[in-house]
Design a binder for this molecule. Structure first.
Ligand code: SER
Length: 339
């Protein structure tokens, strides 16, 4: 008998960290997690949890997992973020596209074997948008899901193709087969920049937000790599995981789309600095824009329209900007660094 499991890829990353805590807190103790790294100590020892150190590009490993587990839900979080992906675009393509394809194929196989769709949760990103210049960014201030889908990063291209592949597997996979196969239940959230109080991102382009706050809390100087007026939407990590879980729990018939924008607040880098200085008046924050990373941020929208998520599955962030700093970021970050 195979054991039932929820599979989480990229479990040792920032989102995995918060998702595992939440799933464990909800008593969902049949987790199978996968990452190229071991899990941090704080996440080890969760009851009923098995962690496998391995690569989503390893077909033998995926075959072994399928032989041992009946997987009915997949949170496919593993990815190389936007800045890192620009340095190694071919590797990013392998991890972000081929890796996603491997997981979708696994989900499709499992769905057919079970005779019921496997649920597939996929985090996408504002990086799938690409505005050509700052005039357009000012004019098209809050973009909707189908607007400006013209990414200028490898990561953005990979993510939008992942959305399309998921949609294909959900709606059209083996559409010409004599018998209609059971397809997967693909659900996707496009996230803005994410900020956690407990972890730091690595290799993203929205990293200046979290880096600025964590540096100030440690009393370290920070040179921000984008201009003061650079504006994109952000969200706290607990809200991001809430969004994924809310979408996972929504009745299928309520969902009019497979891919949804979500957001919480939109801030310029200068506004983040001002907020940080309210709590850490001695913070030494300067601006030393890197024109190349700046250009990526300039192509991302200043805000996104998440009214579809609000309407279809009751999305609403718990943390607006005030609560995000006052109740989540600052107290937890102070505690983390003992300041
Ligand atoms: N935070 C991500 C990045 O900067 C965007 O999804 O790459």
């Amino acid at each position: 008998m195979r054991k039932k499991a929820i599979l989480v890829t990229g479990a040792a990353g920032e989102m995995g960290h918060e998702l595992l805590r939440r799933l464990a807190a909800e008593g969902r103790n049949r987790l199978l997690t996968l990452d190229v790294r071991p899990l941090p100590e704080s996440l080890q020892g969760l009851e009923g949890h098995v962690h496998v150190v391995g690569d989503i590009l390893d077909p033998q490993l995926l075959a072994r997992l399928v032989s041992e587990y009946e997987i009915d839900v997949i949170y496919h979080l593993a990815a190389l973020l936007s800045t890192r992906a620009e340095f190694t675009p071919e590797t990013a393509h392998r991890v972000n596209v081929e890796g996603t394809m491997n997981l979708l194929r696994l989900a499709a196989e499992q769905s057919q074997w079970r005779g019921q769709p496997v649920q597939f949760l996929f985090p996408s990103s504002i990086a799938i948008y690409g505005l050509p210049d700052l005039e357009s960014k000012a004019l098209f201030n809050r973009v909707r899901e189908w607007e400006w889908n013209q990414p200028r990063t490898m990561y953005g291209c990979n993510k939008i193709y992942g959305e399309m592949l998921g949609t294909y597997f959900s709606r059209y996979y083996r559409q010409l087969a004599p018998e209609q196969p059971v397809t997967i239940d693909f659900r996707c959230v496009r996230f803005p920049g994410l900020i956690s109080a407990f972890t730091l991102p690595s290799g993203g382009t929205s990293d200046y937000g979290p880096e600025m706050i964590h540096a100030a809390a440690q009393g370290e100087p920070y040179a921000c790599f984008v201009r003061e007026d650079a504006r994109i939407p952000f969200m706290t990590m607990p809200d991001a995981i809430r969004a994924l879980l809310l979408l996972a729990g929504a009745p299928r018939e309520r969902l009019s789309r497979l891919v949804y924008n979500v957001t919480a607040f939109s801030l310029s880098a200068g506004e983040i600095r001002d907020r940080v200085q309210r709590y850490f008046p001695d913070a030494r924050i300067t601006f030393r824009p890197d024109p190349k990373r700046q250009a990526i941020i300039d192509s991302w929208p200043a805000d996104v329209d998440d009214s579809m998520a609000r309407r279809d599955w009751g999305w609403e962030p718990e943390y607006d900007v005030e609560r995000a700093f006052e109740e989540y970021l600052i107290p937890n970050i102070r505690q983390r660094y003992g300041r």
